[in-house]
Design a protein around this ligand. Structure first.
Ligand SMILES: Cc1cc2nc3c(=O)[nH]c(=O)nc-3n(C[C@H](O)[C@H](O)[C@H](O)COP(=O)(O)OP(=O)(O)OC[C@H]3O[C@@H](n4cnc5c(N)ncnc54)[C@H](O)[C@@H]3O)c2cc1C
Length: 433
């Protein structure tokens, strides 16, 4: 019997350490320096953050999901999932543990598709936690449908020249390099005609026109860039993977990125849920605690059940990725988890915020930022609708149409078949009457 829902004691010990460490040592960073987590460390923060990273390394938990050849522990996605449930509580925690988006996904594709030189130049510093990276794919006029992308790279001798616009390229402002998806052959289908390039952020022509924030964040100070690639020249060896391989590479990158978001979302949901429970056990109204009112008990029960369902689905999907080592084989479940994620987060945060009354919607509680993460997660790495289409297509591949247009479950036909199967016994029955 292979099913087992228990964590092995040795790793549980590590998770207990992570939980205490994140609450006591890392969450205070969010309160004082939230929003700076993707900025390379300066003289003020280095003495604070470097020792924390060192403690994570000493525990054998740095970039834990990566294999030892890449500086990690090779724990895989299931253990990363259990860790990320804790790290998702905090903005800084993924940085302190070397597991932050979009760098984990970017590291994964350089590890898979990069040349030895590319790994040395880009992957090594990324894994050491010294630099940040950006994934630049969405364009101002096209996101969910990459076949509409127009940013292009044209070969010119030993160089490629990139021209076009990209939108919502997260962390471009602090990244030391960008992975850019562009059209390299407009004559063939987009699935064969697009390529990825590794572009150092200081290459002439990489023009960050402005940085957008999410709704509620101050104008002009966001981390999602509108970028004009204006005659950006890169050498031929800046190509990541082969020419025309962008779609295959994107699937590798986005598969990991999506499930990692889901893991961290469990952490955010847990945080909101704990706050909801504390509140309903603390606040009295109309002769009793909130937690004694049936409406409120419904909030607690629904949130608990939603979170447990979602968590088990995420863990099983992470287990399947470890098992098959192939994101494409687990694509249906990754997309299903991705599509569920914003709804689960929204519902739990909304209830937690609501039971806190006016205080809950105020800027003295963290719910508004958590709440905004729900619509953002419904878009980042592809909109919910597109993932549902993927799920439905994959599910329907395992089903067949009926032979003659009548449902195979149509009862008259099934009864007739059952009668035929047991005809001999039915004759006796009739005879005995
Ligand atoms: C927080 C955040 C971070 C991001 N980071 C990055 C990043 O680092 N790099 C990057 O390249 N991009 C990034 N993005 C962009 C993200 O990938 C796109 O927002 C996403 O792919 C959708 O593209 P779009 O915004 O152009 O919306 P559109 O493609 O215009 O879609 C808009 C809406 O149309 C509907 N829709 C679209 N397609 C279908 C369909 N087939 N069927 C039914 N309805 C459909 C959906 O309701 C969808 O929400 C980020 C987005 C967010 C919110």
């Amino acid at each position: 019997m292979a099913w087992d829902f228990e964590t092995e004691p040795e790793f549980q010990g590590k998770l207990d350490w992570v939980d205490r460490f994140v609450r006591e040592e890392v969450e205070p960073l969010d309160l004082l320096w939230g929003g700076l987590e993707y900025t390379p460390l300066d003289d003020r923060l280095r003495p604070i953050v470097d020792p924390l990273k060192q403690q994570v390394r000493e525990q054998g938990l740095w970039a834990a999901h990566l294999g030892p050849e890449l500086g990690g522990e090779g724990y895989g996605q299931l253990k990363l999932s259990l860790m990320n449930e804790i790290l998702g509580r905090s903005q800084w925690a993924p940085i302190v543990f070397g597991t932050q988006a979009p760098d984990t996904g970017n590291a994964e594709i350089i590890a898979h598709f990069g040349t030895t030189e590319q790994k040395e130049r880009y992957l090594r510093p990324l894994l050491d936690g010294e630099v940040f990276s950006c994934y630049s794919m969405t364009e101002p006029h096209a996101g969910a449908d990459p076949t509409l992308f127009t940013t292009s790279a044209v070969r010119d001798g030993d160089e490629w020249v990139i021209d076009g616009w990209k939108f919502f390229s997260s962390n471009a402002r602090t990244a030391s390099f960008l992975i850019v998806m562009v059209v390299t052959d407009a004559e063939v289908s987009a699935y064969q005609g697009m390529s990825m390039f590794l572009v150092p952020a200081d290459t002439p022509g990489v023009d960050i026109v402005r940085n957008l924030g999410l709704g509620g964040e101050p104008a002009g100070n966001g981390s999602h860039a509108l970028i004009h690639y204006d005659g950006v020249r890169v050498p031929a060896d800046a190509l990541l993977g082969g020419e025309g391989q962008a779609f295959a590479i994107a699937q590798t990158r986005l598969g990991g990125g999506r499930i990692h978001h889901a893991m961290r979302t469990i952490g955010m949901c847990n945080k909101a849920f704990d706050m909801m429970c504390e509140r309903v056990l603390s606040r009295e109204t109309q002769g009793g605690l909130l937690g004694e009112k049936q409406f409120v008990q419904g909030y607690v029960a629904d949130s608990y059940a939603q979170l447990q369902q979602f968590r088990l689905f995420v863990l099983r999907t992470a287990w399947a990725i470890d098992r098959y080592q192939d994101y494409r084989r687990v694509r249906k479940d990754i997309s299903a988890v991705k599509a569920l994620m914003p709804g689960v987060l929204h519902d739990i945060v909304q209830r937690a915020m609501h039971v806190h009354g006016a205080l809950g919607v105020s800027n003295e509680m963290p719910f508004a930022g958590m709440w905004m993460a729900a619509p953002a997660l419904a878009l980042a790495d592809g909109p919910t609708e597109v993932h549902k289409v993927t799920v439905a297509r994959q599910v329907l591949r395992d089903h067949r149409p009926s032979d003659d247009g009548w449902p195979t479950g149509h009862l008259p036909r099934r009864v007739a078949a059952a009668r035929a199967k047991f005809a001999e016994h039915l004759e006796h029955e009739v005879g005995n009457l």
